[in-house]
Structures are given as C-alpha cells and as structure tokens.
Design a protein around this ligand. Sequence first.
Ligand code: HEM
Length: 158
Amino acid sequence: MDATAWVETYASAIEHSPLAGTLRRSASLYPAVNLGHLAGLVLLVGSIGLLDLRALGAGRSVPFSALSRWLTPIGVAGLLLEIATGVLLFAPDATALIHSKIFLAKMGLMVVGAANAILFVGMYGHPTEPTPLAKAMALFSLLVWIAVGGLGRILGYA
Ligand code: HEM
C-alpha cells in the first residue's frame, strides 16, 4: 500500500469511528470543542506572540528572561490544547480534510512553528536579551502562528 492510500485508509477509519459519529450527531459537542480550539489559540498566540513582540523590542521595561520563563509553559499548554481539540475537529471530516491544501498548509506551518520554538529554547534557553538571530526567530514565530490561526479560520469557510 502506498503512502497516500495508507493515509486515506486511516482517515476513513477515523471518520467512521464512534467518536467522530458522536461529534457529528451532537448539536453542542462540536461547537464546544471549537470553543476549546479558540481558547488554545488565545493561550498560544497570547503568550508566544507577546514574548515574540518583547524579543523584537516592545515592552523593554519587562525583563525578557522572567517573561520567557512565565509565558513559555503557557504557550506549550496552548499548543497541546490546539492539538487535542484539533484532532476532534478533524475526525468527523477527516477524508475531505486530508485533501484540503489549506489544512495541509496549516499542519505543515504548525510543525514549522513548533520546531522554531523548540530550536529557540534549545539554543538560547531564557536569555536576558535576545541576539539578532533570536530576534529573527521571534519575528518568524509571530508570522507563522498568525498564519496558522488565519488558515484555521479560512478552513471553516473552505
Ligand atoms: C497551533 C495550532 C493550531 C491553531 C493556531 C489553530 C487555529 C484554528 C482556528 C483559528 C480555527 C478556526 C476556528 C473557528 O473559526 O471557529 C481552526 C479550525 C480548525 N482547526 Fe485548528 N488550529 C491549530 C491546530 C489544529 C490541529 C492540530 C488540527 C487537526 C489535527 C486542527 C484542525 C482544525 C479543523 C478541522 C478546523 C475547522 C473547524 C470547522 O470547520 O469549524 N487545528 N483552527
């Protein structure tokens, strides 16, 4: 079985799972999960976005290192909530979504954003002041997470 057929088989299994059926049938469950997905977005972009802006020079009176120690775990919690709720939003419509360029671009960018964040912490930890490269990574992070959120929003209309 080639990779595409393999992914299609699993997507179909997910779409026909009891969990996906429950999400499809319930009038309140899917919107509730969607709300959780938005809460995750707020946690993620509200924390990492602020940290990125601080790295780029905003709010210099706040020490970067302390802000980073405080906001990074909140960002991680936001990303985990996004993944958990995202899987639930994906399940009822899995076969269509795996063929959606918007969905695939969103997943790809999410991986790139997470890799950028892991690399940042791995290279710099929680630095006193970010280096020029760290600032470039912060700008990249800001753009990537805004794009992921934007693609998610477009997905609802596609
Ligand atoms: C950083 C990670 C993520 C962000 C920032 C994000 C953001 C968003 C946003 C803003 C929406 C629109 C919600 C609305 O309009 O009510 C959305 C929708 C959606 N997301 Fe995500 N998302 C993320 C991760 C994921 C993951 C990992 C999955 C699946 C595995 C996923 C699946 C979906 C689906 C299927 C929708 C469409 C929901 C609908 O049609 O109403 N998302 N996302």
